[in-house]
Write a protein that binds this ligand. Structure first.
Ligand code: CMX
Length: 440
């Protein structure tokens, strides 16, 4: 079958010619006005980026290369084991715009397994991290260290022509995606080891007969087929959420200075580690567990509502609810909730997830301050992980990050294919705002 690189090499020239035509025809099109409030307000609503691989609709949720999640999930190829789609298929789709055949996805899976090696000194660096160093910090640290073997950085330094950059960038992206399960599993094993036990040391390696998720699960120490399938689903659906969110945008802006994929993705992970973004999945499970401790297993909706109101009154946010762009229930929440209802219907935490869904949107909608009262991707994911024994909440964002590599590296690779220039929006001072709009 086609390798991903062959298919990309066929697609790239056609797509570049399409983009040239689009720019000639519509280059002067106006994408909207920017107000002073938008500049102070986190740039909400300002269209200022091209991100080829996904688009977020406020009502319908994410479309990945024009496919909505509910439409896409049944169509993505399954591997030799399990019944959930392989994230490798999602990677193929994001990069090429085409749903791969099963053979193509399996070929990519085998290629990633072959590339899944990490320099031993980086393993040693991770083994020397204190157990208490946050797993996201360790992930960012290790990804930065992998920059040592960047093919793009080396090619750039040797002066290769600009229109070949993407080829080296592509190599780095696949290498990095292939290394992530090994890095992330080592972090998991190290942070969860018993007090006084030695770090992982040598002996953690990718099994070429397993897929990307199966390898990740096995290296973390999980053995069940159901866990593998849950991980496949998790890694498939967390991959991308268009270009303006903190993690994707960070990857994009850092890479626009021609920093290689390792440096760009490490920066992206630092953004994902913020509590208003990826860290919310950790915060969300902690919130649900604490609520259960206080209310017990038979709480009424009225009790849940009183608990939620008290949290909001104390000035905290309800993790897992709200979104900067979405205005309806996140389809990524829905598919995780459906999985949970099928596989862990009696989990007491799942019951609380359901009760929160009945209570929180109504409470948040009161007063009209919160623009989106509905659940986002993080509202249910922790309950799944916890159910299968992955209880270390401070690790959850690492899983989000491993999945996010598929989307942000695809989007960023396409930015390099298109030769987008270094990013440099204009900023103003408050004095300048007054000078522009104020009285003499
Ligand atoms: N609980 C309580 N208050 C909330 C809220 C929530 N879940 N969501 C929004 N609000 C508040 C905001 O804090 C803000 O209050 P102030 O004006 O007092 O600062 C007000 O409502 C308006 O916010 P908004 O315009 O609706 O939302 P933003 O675009 O500013 O922020 C987000 C979006 C996601 C940061 C916010 O909804 C939030 O903090 N949610 C909880 C954290 C979370 O789940 N994050 C994960 C998002 C998905 C992801 O990136 O992984």
């Amino acid at each position: 079958p086609n390798t991903l690189h062959q298919r990309m090499s066929e697609i790239v020239p056609n797509r570049l010619s399409d983009i040239r035509i689009i720019r000639t025809k519509y280059g002067k099109g106006n994408l909207g006005n920017v107000t002073v409030d938008m500049a102070y307000g986190g740039m909400r609503g300002i269209v200022g980026l091209i991100w080829e691989v996904s688009l977020l609709d406020p009502e319908k949720g994410i479309t990945l290369r024009t496919h909505s999640l509910p439409e896409l999930l049944p169509r993505l190829p399954r591997g030799r084991r399990g019944s959930e789609p392989m994230p490798e298929g999602m990677l193929w789709l994001l990069l090429t715009g085409e749903v791969p055949t099963k053979e193509e996805a399996l070929g990519l899976s085998a290629e990633l397994a072959k590339r899944g090696v990490v320099e031993p000194w980086i393993e040693d660096v991770l083994d020397q991290c204190p157990k208490t160093l946050h797993p996201m910090t360790q992930l960012s640290y290790a990804v930065n260290a992998c920059q040592h073997s960047s093919k793009f950085a080396k090619a750039y330094a040797s002066g290769v022509p600009k229109d070949t950059y993407w080829q080296y960038y592509f190599e780095d992206c696949l290498d990095l995606i292939a290394k992530l399960p090994l890095i992330a599993a080592r972090i998991y094993r190290n942070v969860t080891r018993a007090e006084g036990a030695p770090p992982v040391g040598r002996g953690l390696s990718v099994d070429v007969s397993l897929d990307w998720s199966g390898n990740f699960a096995r290296m973390m120490g999980f053995e069940s087929d159901e866990f593998d399938d849950m991980l496949r689903l998790f890694l498939t659906i967390h991959c991308d959420h268009e270009g303006g969110n903190v993690s994707a945008h960070t990857c994009h802006v850092v890479s626009s200075a021609l920093a290689d994929p390792y440096l760009s993705f490490a920066a992206c992970m630092n953004g994902l580690a913020g509590p208003l973004h990826g860290l919310a999945n950790q915060e969300c499970l902690l919130f649900i567990v604490k609520m259960r401790e206080e209310l017990g297993d038979n709480a009424s909706n009225d009790q849940v509502e009183a608990y939620v109101r008290a949290i909001i009154k104390s000035g905290q946010v309800i993790p897992g609810y709200g979104h900067a762009v979405l205005r309806k229930t996140d389809p990524r929440y829905t598919c995780q909730k459906e999985w949970a209802e099928m596989h862990l219907p009696d989990d007491p935490l799942l019951k609380l997830v359901g009760q929160l869904f009945e209570v929180v949107p109504r409470v948040l909608a009161e007063g009209g301050k919160v623009k989106n009262p509905w659940p986002n991707v993080d509202a249910a994911s922790g309950v799944l992980l916890n159910h299968y024994g992955l209880k270390e909440t401070n690790y959850y964002t690492v899983l989000f990050g491993v999945s996010r590599a598929l989307g942000v590296l695809s989007g960023t690779l396409w930015a390099r294919i298109c030769g987008l220039p270094i990013e440099r929006p204009k900023s103003l001072t408050s004095e300048e705002v007054v000078r522009l709009f104020g009285p003499e």
